[in-house]
Design a protein around this ligand. Structure first.
Ligand code: NAD
Length: 516
């Protein structure tokens, strides 16, 4: 069934209607799933999982690569759904397909290697007669819950590792942006002949909670508040969870940096996806000697940004709308609070008419008493602060309950290396912003309130969806073993003596001389 449909075709009591944030028109609707429907879907996915696991990583990759082909064949249609439900610029929407391509190619190319059995040497003389092996087995059903800022890219970053691992996956996209992902899952189930191990449960928090109650492991991306609630529920159910949560990422510009590049990078890092990126740059600390020039360059570049929802394929705008009007309210509140406490707006600072737009904004004369420096803004703002030296920059960057990612600009590699070790965040991009997040061979994860666990990280990106299973095999199958019953005193004494002889580190203890 194609779940995506026009609103009028569906029962409004159980339907989520989606409006375009750029202009408010209705762009689609999906049926909402209640707890019973989620349980039924979970049951179907579970029953399909053993055959999926039996295919092995190579067999599973065939289906993922077919899915990639189908996504690319339908790219414009799917990215149009992304754009319509988020109000993104076409450029920002297109990045979501780039993420899908990279993640599917990386994990399918490496899945077999990542999941290979590990043969290990036994420890202890008595175990020499045994072969040891660790094999990995997937969690049967992974629950995947995602936010609204990347309707295609966000679930894609995690679903691929779980499918390559051999798990079945029950996804719950954001109720604000369900269209593109519902269509991607329909493609999996109806267009490419893949086994029915990928399900999509649409709905809001209650549906998400039902997914958590059905899953064997939960991968969650979203706010700290929801992440904490999910962690509590997972603890009650004694199942693992991995949480990718909010951020308040700092960017530090040192006096020896390439200021032109740093300014362009800060603008991109702060404004990409209209600032609705967990790893978006929100706070900037600049050493005094280059502060004025940096601020001038950033202000020029931000003022020149073209904002709007451009036509599919046109690439005519730099940034688009914000996904929800509630998020626009948060941005407006942060700017108002900063201005009330003495900050200056150098460009932007207001809502734009005709949709969920907020002007790209530069704030200066900010400090850490202001909300814009403490709470996640998740919008197109850059708040810039002058610092006297690197110690002050690091102290301020670390003065946050968040620790997702960070960015450091300097021409001195040794200095970058030294300072990266003082930053309290899960990743550091040197002379760039945001990029540390999308490196699949290394882990991406938040410190402090920004998360628990990591995504990607090479083999970990698949193994996090697996359980380790140890297999111990006897080399020789004798009729009986020395330690088996009955206990014969003479034999037991010899074993105890031999154990001591081989395990002690000096002759007195080896021979048991002088022991009590
Ligand atoms: P949110 O926490 O409100 O919602 C996220 C998802 O959780 C949605 O699908 C929602 O329906 C679901 N949900 C809500 N209550 C639930 C419950 N009790 N049990 C289970 N599921 C529930 O977040 P949001 O507003 O959609 O997204 C914005 C947040 O996501 C920001 O804080 C942003 O920083 C964060 N984010 C983090 C990353 C990362 O990788 N670290 C990436 C993107 C976004």
């Amino acid at each position: 069934m194609n779940e995506t449909s026009t609103a009028s075709a569906l029962d409004p009591r159980t339907t989520i209607t989606v409006r375009c944030p750029g202009d408010g028109r209705i762009v689609g609707a999906v049926p909402e799933m209640d707890e019973a429907a989620v349980a039924a879907l979970a049951g179907q996915l579970r029953s399909a999982q053993p055959a999926w696991e039996a295919l092995g990583p190579r067999g599973r990759s065939v289906h993922l690569l077919r899915w990639l082909d189908w996504l690319l064949d339908n790219e414009r249609r799917i990215l149009t759904l992304v754009q319509q439900e988020t109000g993104k610029s076409w450029a920002d929407a297109s990045l979501e397909m780039a993420v899908a391509i990279d993640v599917i190619n990386y994990f399918t190319a490496n899945g077999e290697k990542f999941m290979a059995d590990r043969t290990v040497k036994a420890a202890g003389a008595a175990n020499k007669v045994r072969r040891l092996r660790v094999q990995v087995r997937p969690h049967q059903l992974v629950g995947l819950i995602t936010p609204w800022n990347g309707p295609l890219a966000s679930p894609m970053m995690d679903v691929v590792g779980a499918l390559v691992a051999g798990a079945a996956v029950l996804c719950k996209p954001s109720e604000v942006t369900p269209l593109a992902w519902t269509e991607a899952v329909r493609g999996w189930n109806e267009e490419i002949g893949a086994p029915p191990v990928l399900g999509c449960a649409n709905g809001a928090g209650a549906t998400g909670a039902a997914v958590v109650d059905q899953a064997d492991m939960v991968m969650f991306t979203g706010s700290v508040r929801t992440g904490r609630a999910i962690a509590v529920r997972c603890a009650q159910r004694l199942i693992p969870c991995s949480l990718e949560l909010g951020g308040k990422d700092a960017l530090i510009v040192l006096a020896d940096a390439d200021i032109e590049r740093a300014a362009a990078g800060a603008v991109w890092g702060g404004m990409t996806n209209s600032g609705q990126a967990c790893v978006g740059v929100e706070r900037v600390y600049v050493e005094a000697p280059v502060y004025d020039r940096f601020v001038t360059l950033v202000t020029e570049k931000v003022a020149a940004l073209r904002q709007g929802m451009d036509q599919p394929g046109s690439f005519a705008c730099d940034i688009g709308a914000m996904v929800t009007s509630a998020q626009v309210d948060i941005v407006a509140d942060h700017v108002a609070d900063a201005v009330a406490k003495g900050a200056r707006v150098l460009t932007g600072g207001h809502r734009s008419p005709g949709g969920n737009f907020f002007e790209p904004t530069v704030l200066v004369d900010v400090d850490h008493t202001m909300t814009c420096m403490r709470e996640e803004t998740f919008g197109p703002t850059l708040a810039i602060m002058r610092v006297s030296n690197e110690d002050e920059a690091i102290a301020l960057a670390n003065d946050s309950e968040y620790g997702l990612s960070s960015s450091l600009w300097t021409r001195d590699r040794a200095r970058a290396d030294r300072l990266s070790r003082r930053i309290e965040a899960g990743s550091v991009s040197v002379n760039n912003a945001v990029v540390a997040t999308f490196q699949m061979p290394i882990p991406m994860g938040g410190w402090k309130n920004s998360g628990l666990g990591t995504r990607f990280g090479g083999a970990h990106g698949v193994l996090k969806y697996c359980r380790q299973q140890s297999v111990v095999e006897e080399r020789f199958a004798l009729k009986s073993e020395l330690l088996w019953y009955p206990v014969i005193p003479a034999k037991a004494r010899i074993i105890a003596k031999l154990t001591r002889l081989m395990g002690a580190h000096d002759w007195r203890r080896r021979l048991g001389i002088g022991r009590s």
